[in-house]
Structure formats: C-alpha cells, structure tokens
Design a binder for this molecule. Structure first.
Ligand code: PLP
Length: 456
C-alpha cells in the first residue's frame, strides 16, 4: 500500500553516488555537434577554450554512470537529498483517484535545481586552475546558482542577464551580487556580439541567445576565463540526474512507480534530470507517459524543426541537432523567463523525435491559474517555469477523475517563485496576457537556419 506520509525523505547516506548518463541507453545515436567555422564534427580540442577537460569528457562519455567527487557531494548535502512530497491536499481538492507526488528542488540555496550542475561545473573549473567563469542567465535562477557555486569554490563569476529579466527581477541581481558575482544587463556594449545587436536594435529586450553569445565571447577572449551553460549540454543534464535517481528511491520507499511524469522545459535540464532515470525503464519496456511542458509563446518542441542550429544569436556556438525555432528568435516577454530559449537539449530532442517523450505547450494564464491553485492548496509558491508542469500534473489528475484511473503522477517541482512576485502581482490584478507565437514569425526565423550536411 502506498504510504500516507506527506514528505518522503532519504538519509544523506542514501544520496546517489553517481550521475546517470543516458548516452549509453539512447534508442539512436546522437548527431555530433558541428564546428561553426569548419562545418565538420567537433573534437574535444575545439571545446577546450570554453570548458574544462573533465566536462568535455563527460559531454562525450558513453559510460553509463559517472562517479560524483566527494567535494561536490559535501556541498550537495547542504540541500540534498531533496524531499519528495505526496500532494495529499491537492488530490483531495481535485477529487481525483490519482496519487500526485512532486520532487521539490526549491530548497537549494538559490531556490531551484540549477545548483546540481552549477556546483559540479564550478568544481571542475577550479580543479583545472580557471580563475573566472562567464555565463548568461534568463530568469536569474541559473546566474544565481552559478554565483553560489563559484562563491563556494572561490571563483569569480560574470553573468550576462537578459535585459528584460534584469529589469523585472532586480533582487535576483542582488542575490548574485551577494554571492560575489558581477552582473550585466544583456545586450551590453562590452562585447562585439552585444554591440552589434545594440546598433541594430538599441532597445533590444535581450534574449538567452544573445546573452549566450556575450558570455561565450567573453570566455573565448580571456585566457583565465571559461564559459558555463546552465542547460542543454549533455554534461549539464548528466549532473541533474541526481534528481530522478533520488525520486526513484523515494517512490520505492512507498511502493510506487510513476505512470506519468511531467516536467517543464527551458533547455531541458530539470526535465531530463527527473525523467532520464525513468526513460531508461521505459526504453526497457515499462509503460510510463513522460511529458515535457513548454510555453505556447516559445514552442520549441511542439512547433520547431528538428535540425542543426546554433545555440546563440551571434553564431559563435557549435551547431547541434535539436528542435529549434531559429537562433534569431526573440520570444515574447512572458514571466517564465527560464523557458524562453529557441532550442532544447539534443538528448531530449532525440527522445521527443523518437516518441519516447511527448511534448505539450501551455499558455501563460492557465499555468498561473494552476500555480495559484497549487499555492493555495499545497502552500508552496512555484516559479512560473514550474507552473507549466503543475498545469500538466493537475490536468492529468483531472483526467483520472473522469476515467477513475488510480495513476501515480510525478511532477518536477523545479523551483520556488519568491523572486517572481511581480508576475504573481500582475496575475492577481488580471494584468497578464497570453502570447501565442505567430506561425509567420516562426517560419521567418526558421528561414535563417544554417544549411548543414548531416554527417552519416
Ligand atoms: C525554476 C526553473 N525551472 C525550470 C527552468 C528551465 O530550465 P531547464 O529546462 O534547463 O530546467 C528554469 C530556468 O531558468 C528555472 O529557473
């Protein structure tokens, strides 16, 4: 019988000791990343100016597991293992026979899943003698996480923060500065990439694609500086798999296995972290519906093309095969800032393309409506990003109410919304609107996709 506990807790000694690498179980090989200059597949040496060698090795590793170093584990213990909650009150409120669980990553110092990789990335950079790390941030969650990770390992951190979020979320900036980081509103005049955007569009609200260009350029032009990405790349998703492995052990404690897993997708890291350890079971024959939730205003997985594209606007990053809305895409200023990215993680895209994972898109208002229900019933205030999969989880539970199915639903609760109260204020004042990305705009951005001969 499933337990009546509300919090399902592991001991620190039960934290998984290894990250799970899905490369070893993918149903088809990943298309290799392509060098933006030569048009040929990348080698590890091409990535060396940007990343420490240990992370490059993890990026291409085919080993099923990677050991977590002790220094990282000691820091993980500040907030890990994270609790798995049974949403008893929400189940009752919805009148559903479904059992709803949420894996709560909001207890980390910066308030989301992001430090699972930020701490690991800071550690490997420190090990290899790097002095400073440059990065971009959308909503500010990733920038906060990397600022925290760098602070704990004594590294300098420079953050290019998408201008619209910099203005919407001043306290995220203060949090990053409190951990010792330097934060710039992007586009800036500090980089060639930023200057060229500002020449064409002086009032550009910025985008993740532009901020990535700035951070990559900063790292590439300074010998003592490396670049760090908070999502999308294989090694980032790898580090997040601690979440799903813990969730699996927690569900086992209460004799449960998920029938449905829902998570929100910006670049794919929290979703992959939760889902990949279960994708392994699905590939081996278990029946699980695994649903990736994204905004209608940035519908990468549901309306993008599965093609090679750049990760950034200035075309500095390697080309990867992914679902993309085009690297020139500038999304509407919805409040789920962390979900406004034109592409997604290649590993996740491959699994969507192979129909192992399903993708769904949601409008902003319905996600806030779900977040409000959740907050008023469960008490926790989710980040607007997280609200997307809360919407999906509630919808799934309501379907069970109609059919009488007693499904076990697992929600990825990726972060809290305490820095998003401006968005909640607007929602409560009826001042938020939905943005559907117009098909003509998608088609126009997709016209700029590079023509790449796919390696065989
Ligand atoms: C709370 C939260 N959830 C989800 C995301 C989306 O990122 P990813 O898809 O990499 O998990 C973000 C990104 O900033 C975030 O802050």
């Amino acid at each position: 019988m499933p337990s009546e506990e509300t919090k399902i807790l592991l001991r620190e000694s039960e934290i998984p000791q290894r990250w799970y690498n899905i490369n070893s179980d993918l149903p088809a090989p990943l298309a290799p990343p392509i060098h933006p200059g030569t048009g040929k597949p990348l080698g590890p040496e091409d990535l060396a100016p940007l990343f420490p060698m240990e992370l490059i090795k993890q990026e291409v590793s085919m080993e099923p597991y990677v050991e977590i170093p002790d220094d990282i584990m000691r820091i993980y213990k500040l907030w890990r293992p994270s609790p798995l909650y049974r949403a008893h009150r929400l189940e009752k409120h919805l009148g559903t026979p479904a059992r709803i669980y949420y894996k709560n990553e909001s207890f980390s110092p910066p308030g989301s899943h992001k430090p699972n990789t930020a701490v690991a990335q800071a550690y490997y950079n420190k090990q290899e003698g790097v002095r400073r790390i440059a990065t971009e941030t959308g909503a500010g969650q990733w920038g906060s996480a990397l600022s925290f990770g760098c602070c704990l390992f004594g590294l300098e951190c420079t953050v290019y923060m998408v201008k619209v979020s910099y203005e919407q979320k001043p306290y995220r900036r203060v949090l990053m500065e409190t951990w010792g980081a330097t934060v710039h509103p992007s586009p800036t005049t500090l980089t060639k990439a930023g200057q060229s955007i500002l020449e064409k569009t002086p009032d550009s609200p910025g985008s993740l694609g532009i901020a990535i260009s700035e951070a990559v350029e900063d790292a590439a032009t300074h010998d003592d500086t490396k670049y760090s990405l908070g999502s999308v790349l294989n090694h980032v998703l790898l580090h997040q798999t601690i979440v799903g492995q813990e969730a699996k052990a927690q569900l086992k404690l209460v004799d449960e296995e998920p029938d449905v897993i829902v998570g929100c997708v910006g670049g794919g890291s929290n979703f992959a972290g939760l889902a990949f350890p279960f994708v392994k079971d699905k590939i081996s024959g278990k029946e699980i519906d695994i649903v990736a939730c994204e905004p209608e205003s940035c519908p990468t997985l549901t309306r993008g093309l599965y093609k090679y594209d750049f990760g950034d606007t200035a075309q500095l990053t390697p080309l990867v095969k992914m679902y993309t809305l085009g690297h020139t895409f500038v999304p509407a200023p919805i409040h789920a800032g962390g979900l406004r990215y034109h592409g997604d993680a290649p590993q996740l895209c491959l699994l969507v393309n192979q129909k192992v994972i399903e993708a769904r898109a949601y409008h902003q208002l319905t996600t806030f409506e779900a977040a409000l229900t959740f907050t008023r019933i469960e008490g926790f205030l989710p980040a607007p990003e997280t609200a997307h999969c809360i919407r999906a989880g509630i919808d799934e539970a309501l379907k069970c109410k109609d059919t009488g199915e007693e499904k076990c639903i697992l929600i990825g609760y990726s972060g809290h919304g305490f820095f998003d109260l401006g968005a909640y204020e607007r929602y409560l004042a009826d001042d938020l609107v939905d943005y559907e990305y117009p098909q003509e705009k998608i088609e126009a951005a997709l016209k700029d996709l590079p023509e790449i001969q796919e390696p065989v």
